[in-house]
Design a protein around this ligand. Structure first.
Ligand SMILES: CC(C)(COP(=O)(O)OP(=O)(O)OC[C@H]1O[C@@H](n2cnc3c(N)ncnc32)[C@H](O)[C@@H]1OP(=O)(O)O)[C@@H](O)C(=O)NCCC(=O)NCCS
Length: 177
């Protein structure tokens, strides 16, 4: 199975242990991770190494397909994207993604989502890909809308961060082929 996909300015590829430093550096950007794991303040380089190993194991076990987002220019990792919570029976999966803050607003998010959706539909033969995001995360809503995801509904108190509950929005995209 092909696990590297090229866009215009970025590519999606399997992570290597040598990417751990860049993953760590980008994920430490607290704003980039406001919506992600709560323990990000304590995220260490070793956590990035463990993450890379987990992605290899999960791909082998067909459990989750997490990749790095790299600039084509220098092959350096600027973020990550993945298809997780895969239901092979129902042919669906959740897409998740983040980019280091200094790489926002350049169309990289949109390119990455389109590439991973194509992989999910064409190679994994999924029928539906969805994203669950905080109601306050405007950037993530916009990027999914630009990738033709449709708003399907609101999930009350889906997230707990900053010592309070936040609603989630679920966006979905069907494989029409
Ligand atoms: C969500 C994220 C990946 C978006 O990536 P990005 O590369 O900055 O987005 P793009 O540049 O591809 O933008 C796609 C569209 O969304 C719009 N958009 C992006 N950020 C926006 C913002 N903060 N406010 C309003 N619109 C925004 C862009 O204007 C663009 O539309 P356009 O083509 O009409 O200009 C990035 O903001 C990020 O990493 N955020 C933190 C992590 C996160 O929230 N992950 C998702 C958790 S569910």
């Amino acid at each position: 199975m092909k696990l590297e996909f090229e866009g215009e300015k970025i590519k999606i590829r399997k992570l290597k242990l040598s990417d751990a430093e860049n993953i760590y550096r980008n994920i430490k950007d607290t704003e980039a991770t406001r919506w992600l794991e709560p323990n990000i303040q304590h995220y260490s380089k070793n956590d990035a190494v463990k993450f890379v190993r987990t992605t290899h194991r999960d791909i082998r076990n067909k459990k989750c397909y997490a990749f790095g987002i790299a600039l084509k220019l220098d092959n350096k990792i600027i973020g990550c994207i993945g298809l997780s919570s895969i239901s092979w029976k129902n042919k669906n999966s959740e897409v998740g993604y983040w980019l280091g803050k200094k790489y926002w607003g350049e169309g990289f998010g949109r390119e990455a989502i389109k590439l991973v959706v194509k992989f999910g539909f064409e190679q994994l033969k999924l029928h539906r890909i969805y994203g669950i995001i905080s109601e306050e995360n405007i950037a993530s809503q916009k990027v999914l809308e630009k990738c033709e995801f449709e708003l399907e509904g609101k999930l009350k108190d889906e997230f707990y961060y900053g010592k309070q509950w936040h609603n989630g929005l679920i966006y979905g995209l069907l494989n029409k082929k």
